[in-house]
Design a binder for this molecule. Structure first.
Ligand SMILES: NC(=O)c1ccc[n+]([C@@H]2O[C@H](COP(=O)([O-])OP(=O)(O)OC[C@H]3O[C@@H](n4cnc5c(N)ncnc54)[C@H](O)[C@@H]3O)[C@@H](O)[C@H]2O)c1
Length: 283
């Protein structure tokens, strides 16, 4: 089933204090959804919730580190108290990026990036999906992956590991939920004008910085189109939810990169012997 609109729904948006998440929160609120603004930056989440309230929406700010199962379970309790009617829209959007090479990354680099980008999505699903399925209502999950969930770039080893995981999880989840009223959409931005380059500010102090930073820009090898504004990405995402689409991409430049990747994968089949041609005695 596909959501017909957002009016009267309750949405949970993670990473909603800035960037794409903030734009999603604003857009959902404007469409009549009650929005839980979830972020590790507690003060900034409160600012966004105040913005939504000032615009006449119903909003709740919730401080939460999505990489922590404990935090997300506590979030679930708060949301259940605030929205007895449940959650209809879950945007697992929080993410961090840090340019790292596997040869020099610390264990803590891996733990941080996979913790937020992959476990954050898993925690959201663990916490909210059972209620969505049980409600029998039209619901939707939007998982933010990335172009780096399909095509790797230099320095994206940690990030791509997490984002490929989000793609696999979401594609499988969509199949698994096909007979239910819960839809799944993948949001795969290319460049967006956000604060993601300041993600290190949110890294917990217990997770040490890596030994060595790569010396050039993370996305230097792509030739992407100019970065979109977060609001443009949020518009694409909401439209895709209402259309029940599986995935959202944001830059045509990616298409040939995808074609090259799939051609590379398919070429690995070329070494297999083809199916035997039917002989004269066959059928
Ligand atoms: N900006 C881009 O070019 C781009 C490209 C592809 C994918 N993405 C993805 O888009 C999503 C949103 O990123 P953005 O570009 O808006 O970045 P952003 O840094 O502007 O926003 C991310 C938000 O997530 C929050 N956050 C970080 N760690 C958190 C944690 N542990 N728990 C809860 N919240 C946390 C941050 O405080 C911030 O408010 C991410 O998943 C990112 O990987 C961004």
């Amino acid at each position: 089933m596909t959501l017909e609109g957002f009016a009267g729904t309750t949405s949970v948006v993670t990473g909603a204090a800035h960037g794409v998440g903030r734009a999603l929160a604003h857009r959902l609120a404007r469409e009549g959804s009650r929005v839980v603004v979830v972020d590790i930056r507690a003060e900034d989440a409160a600012v966004v919730a105040d913005e939504l309230t000032a615009e006449g929406a119903d909003a709740l700010a919730a401080a939460c580190d999505v990489s922590s199962r404990h935090d997300v379970a506590a979030l679930g309790e708060r949301v259940a108290a605030w929205s007895p009617g449940g959650v209809q829209v879950l945007c697992n959007n929080a993410g961090v990026f840090t340019p790292r090479h596997a040869a020099t990354a610390t264990h803590e680099d891996w733990e941080w990036v996979l913790g937020v980008c992959l476990w954050g999505v898993i925690h959201g699903i663990e916490e909210f999906l059972p209620g969505m399925v049980a409600s029998g209502q039209d619901c939707h999950i939007l998982n933010t992956a990335s172009m780096n969930g399909y095509v790797p770039s230099r320095h994206s080893t940690l990030y791509s590991t997490a984002k490929y995981g989000v793609v696999g999880l979401s594609e499988t989840l969509r199949m698994e939920l096909a007979a239910t009223r819960v839809g799944v959409t993948l949001l795969n931005p290319a460049a967006v004008r956000t604060n993601i380059s300041r993600a290190e500010e949110t890294r917990p102090t217990r997770l040490a910085r890596s030994r060595q930073d790569p010396d050039d820009a993370a996305f230097a090898d792509y030739g992407l189109s100019p970065a979109l504004e977060p609001e443009q990405v949020a518009d694409l995402a909401l439209e895709a939810i209402l259309s029940g689409r599986e995935a959202v991409f944001t830059d045509q430049v990616l298409k040939p990169l995808f074609e090259q990747r799939f051609a590379r994968i398919l070429s690995a089949f070329d070494v297999l012997p083809g199916p035997a041609a039917p002989g004269p005695s066959d059928g």
